[in-house]
Write a protein that binds this ligand. Structure first.
Ligand code: AMP
Ligand code: GLY
Length: 423
């Protein structure tokens, strides 16, 4: 069969890599892809948000299954458009993608179905939002309702910070329309974990546990990023907690969406805060995590293609996934300066040497070709992922890969996976 993967980051490189191992697949296209993906798939020069052009391409090439990586095309309704044209596509439709696209939508869903999460209120009036912050006090969390490229959440330690955030979002419109309304919620402390489940809208197939490192610098210091590294399994998610998450979060979410006439299919990403063994939802995403996909898919033994296809068809019968009994750790190499401005076009060395290390994969995220050389282009550039018998081994593998790769001003954390070792 022919598969089209949409996107061009580390998550999509990992998906393409995993899909390429399936005996069911003859040909993989990726739009737009990146230089790492180009080694495994035919990259097509169509952006992930150019939905009409993607549809024309999928029809012309008779693509059997399209797999959507990023959230924006999902919230734009790519799934509805492909399905209307009779094409199979993996991911939630526009209505269901609101679970990520609107914080208010997801908070209201959780309230309706008693899914554990932080107490909240949503506001479209600035003065009321400010009054609520004064009443509740700090710490408190302010969230722009819509998509803001991962920057729309402000964890405020003082009331003044929270009010400044509301001013920025609602008055200064720093996130544009995404800030027409805000959700203001209780600050939760605890340890974060990421939980994923494949679903066809009715049945669920949960993945192994994982965790990412959101802060830029070692010891969880510095600003939030898209994720500086990830590992699987996550020891904080014990077998008992895993079942609690499935029963009290994942199942009620999928059942609730169906009950509301808005069934969710694809992969559901639940961001959790865990305190004293109890999970609460921080947020949902309508897609795979990046970088969590890197360690998760390196550990996945089962063929992913029948799962993707079954979700797209609404016929997910498989009730478990086989995993390698190993740990995987992904260290993100970022451009110096990220998540703020950074210099682009710097040549990257050592990729061939890293590729030769056994049980190490270098997934490309923000790379491009310039004068025949691979250079940095995005904030997060590479995801060096190691597989090992233990978390310690996987950490050593990943950092062995990191050590041989270099470019000017490369930035990475030195403590990815340390939280798992400390347990
Ligand atoms: P989100 O974009 O919703 O994932 O939020 C980004 C980050 O903000 C999360 O990964 C958490 O670290 C933090 N965060 C979001 N909501 C809360 C909350 N209610 N309490 C504490 N931290 C939060
Ligand atoms: N790792 C965070 C995300 O994918 O949103």
């Amino acid at each position: 069969m022919k598969i089209l993967v949409i996107g061009g980051g580390g998550r999509e490189h990992t998906l393409v890599w995993k899909i390429s191992q399936s005996p069911l697949v003859d040909k993989i296209y990726c739009a737009p892809g990146n230089p790492g993906i180009a080694e495994l798939a035919e990259c097509v020069h169509i952006g992930a948000e150019e939905i009409d052009a993607l549809l024309d391409f999928a029809k012309a090439e008779q693509v059997d299954l399209t797999v959507v990586g990023p959230e924006v095309p999902l919230t734009m309704g790519i799934v509805d458009i492909f399905q209307a044209a009779g094409l199979e596509i993996f991911g939630p439709d526009k209505a269901a993608a609101q679970i990520e696209g609107s914080k208010k939508f997801s908070k209201d869903l959780m309230a309706r179905y008693n899914i554990p999460t932080a107490a909240y209120q949503s506001f479209s009036d600035h003065a009321q939002a400010v009054a609520y912050i004064r009443e509740q006090g700090a710490p408190i969390v302010v969230k722009a309702d819509g998509l803001a490229a991962g920057k729309g959440v402000i964890v405020a330690m003082t009331e003044d910070q929270a009010i400044a955030a509301v001013d920025d979002i609602m008055l200064n419109q720093v996130f544009g329309d995404a800030g027409a309304s805000v959700v203001i919620e209780e600050f939760m402390d605890g340890e974060e974990a990421s939980f994923f489940a494949f679903t066809d809208g009715k049945n669920i197939l949960p993945l192994a546990s994982s965790q990412d490192h959101k802060r830029l610098n070692d010891n969880d210091e510095g600003p939030n990023t898209g994720g500086m590294g990830a590992y699987s399994p996550a020891p904080v998610v014990t077998d008992e907690l895993y079942q609690v998450i499935v029963d009290t979060v994942v199942k009620p979410t999928i059942d609730g969406m169906a009950e509301d006439g808005c069934p969710y299919s694809g992969i559901l990403y639940v961001g959790l805060m865990i305190k004293d063994g109890n999970p609460r939802v921080v947020e949902y995403n309508a897609r795979f995590g990046d970088p969590e996909a890197q360690p998760l898919l390196m550990r996945m033994k089962s063929d992913i293609v029948p799962v993707l296809q079954a979700c797209a068809r609404g016929d997910l019968q498989q009730d478990s996934i086989d995993w390698y009994d190993k740990a995987a750790v992904c260290v993100v190499l970022a451009s110096g300066g990220y998540p703020a401005a950074y210099e682009k076009g710097l040549p990257i060395s050592g990729l061939d040497a890293a590729a030769e290390i056994e049980d190490v994969m270098v997934f490309h995220a923000g790379t491009t070709l310039k004068d025949g050389r691979i250079v940095n282009q995005g904030g997060r550039v590479l995801g060096v992922t190691g597989l090992g018998d233990t978390v310690r081994d996987a950490i050593d593998k990943a950092y062995a890969g990191v050590k041989v790769i270099h470019w000017d001003k490369v930035h990475y954390r030195h403590d990815i996976g340390a939280r798992a070792l400390n347990r």
